[in-house]
Design a protein around this ligand. Structure first.
Ligand code: ZN
Length: 178
């Protein structure tokens, strides 16, 4: 049915498709890795800010306050998977957090959602910015990829008696109640 010339073209086409698929998979993987590291960096900056001022930045101005404090670029708050240009961010702070870094370690701290500026919100705002889910930074400093079907298992308010487990994360929070 196919002569050698056809087989050669089919082989090249399959190779190109596999190569393009591989490039796409690598790009998706790198975006996820970069996003996770971005949230980890934000955690470290939040910690420095909290230790300096003994409170978290105001939810309504948290991008602006961190930019001012640490001279960050405007796109620091944007997930690498977001193609939108301009002064926007996709990282939200949990609006139920206290001003102090205090609460259960598995409480949602930062998460991903729709683009905007100085984003804050809760379970109504989390979106799967990556295929199948999104990253969440918890109060204990851990960043995890949460599948969309598990969004409803996230903890948004400090109703738990558990405290931040800073021994396992190495987080040193000034003024934290023990
Ligand atoms: Zn992301």
């Amino acid at each position: 049915m196919f002569n050698n010339k056809h087989k050669k073209y089919i082989s090249i086409a399959i190779f190109v498709l596999l190569f393009v698929g591989m490039i796409y998979a690598v790009k998706v993987y790198l975006n996820r890795l970069d996003c996770s590291l971005r949230l980890q960096s934000l955690c470290s900056l939040m910690l420095v800010y909290h230790n300096e001022y003994n409170e978290l930045p105001n939810h309504e101005r948290w991008y602006d306050l961190l930019i001012c404090e640490f001279a960050l670029q405007d796109d620091f708050f944007k997930c690498p998977s977001c193609q939108k240009k301009g002064k926007i961010g996709t990282y939200f702070i949990n609006k139920h957090l206290n001003s102090k870094w205090d609460g259960p370690g598995d409480l949602v701290f930062l998460f991903e959602g729709e683009f905007g500026w100085n984003q804050y919100g809760d379970a109504n705002d989390i979106l799967p910015l990556h295929s199948g889910g999104s990253h969440v930074l918890f109060l204990n400093g851990n960043v995890e990829f949460i599948k969309q079907e598990d969004f409803d298992k996230l903890i948004w308010t400090s109703s738990s008696n558990k405290t931040v487990d800073n021994e396992t994360t190495g987080i040193n929070i000034k003024g934290q109640s023990q």
